[in-house]
Design a protein around this ligand. Sequence first.
Ligand SMILES: *Cc1c(COP(=O)(O)O)cnc(C)c1O
Length: 496
Amino acid sequence: MKTMEYISTRGGARPQDCAGAILSGIAPDGGLFVPHPLPKNAMNPVDYLGKNYRKTALAVMSLYMPDYTEAELKQYINAAYKHSFDTTLVAPLVKQGDYYFLELFHGPTLAFKDLALTILPHFLKKAMEKKGIDKDVVVLTATSGDTGKAALEGFADVEGTKIIVFFPEHGVSLIQKRQMVTQKGKNTYVLGIEGNFDDAQKGVKEIFTDVDLLNKMASGKYVFSSANSINVGRLIPQIVYYVFAYMKLGELEGTVGNEPVNFVVPTGNFGNILAAYYAKNLGVPIKKLICSSNENRVLFDFFSTGVYDANRDFVMTMSPSMDILISSNLERLLYAISGENAETMRQLMNSLARKRKFEISSDMKAKLTDFHGGFATEGETSSSIRRVFESTGYLMDPHTAVGHAVYNKYVAETGDSTKTVIVSTASPYKFAASVMKSLGLQCEGDDFQMVKELNRVTGVNIPPQIERLEEETIRHTTVCRKEEMKHHVMEILGMV
Ligand SMILES: *Cc1c(COP(=O)(O)O)cnc(C)c1O
């Protein structure tokens, strides 16, 4: 069998091995690297029954990263998952009432991004070594709130790297912002931008493909990479927990066989749910992937109509990490359902760039049946938080609550009684103010007061990372316009 390569969705870049794709981040033709051939039915999840997270991770990652040795992967898996999470399970599956939650917020920064960003720096360092690169890697990252902190934490003081994060100055929760601007490490740079996440993401993509800048870089001492989910090094670790959750569900219910399961994924940039789609291809018997949006319901409309239309108002919601209108990773799904047709992808993505809109063919639309798109209003999200807390004492963050609300609507519509796992993407304490409000509780003071009050009322423990935060020194204060992003990057790199 031909070994797996990573090819660009737009067909205009040289194929890479995994290390090469991780180093590049985005493909030079503006496309995204995808594994080719995509591993299909390459594992039987039942074989991993009773295996711990790290063993499962090794099995999954080996399939997508043939150019990394087993010893290398083992070393990185241990470094990332052995001690950095507050539970040895890493990603526990918990049952609350009729619901199963896959808790992905037990890492250093309390959101699911940690599952990938604790290990990505190891992949990247090794990739530099494998490619004989003696330049420093500049990890350029746009964040809707959680990627930024997780990437900063992962890359802080990693030799041979600099990490630059752009976040929407007015588009993240106060706790998320405080987590980022207090980041230590002499290679860390955090900048607020006057704009939303889409602006930040677009600015970063433009810098990656800026010919003038790339020429300067070529003769200088830096190369760019990305910690966003456009980097396959983010996606691969995310596949692991879908395999793991499937087995945990089987263990919990004593039903392991090939019983199908649904996953509900609170979605923004489409990275997490794309990993679930890859897991399904891999052999996890997934019936529906329930793509849950907040009031920025562009994906819901897309799944209903086949038209992706970002010409609409950007809504600021209490699930800011999903306040996104251009979902980058959808490109990887479109590529798969187009029959891996790069020409089609160039057309669709050109249309998106020019008109902020595209429409897929009816053939492609017919291949979207693995997915169900839903959305939740702010009111529905709040009422999910409140109802679940009142009936079970379980506290959901607003992103998870979007998933919960969408799932309830899905069941009402379809009557589907398949066992379903709601992917729980963040700790409620990252969004204490919105959670308090949703519970109908009054609270004076700033977000740190809210954290304390939320703890007093609910009895749910405050994660130590949040408890410490109030005292931490603020180290990053730059705010810039989106037009100035490139200039700031050049300044950080000593190029102006
Ligand atoms: C990033 C994020 C999401 C959205 O994930 P995507 O991979 O961008 O779809 C959902 N919830 C939380 C808490 C997040 O941080």
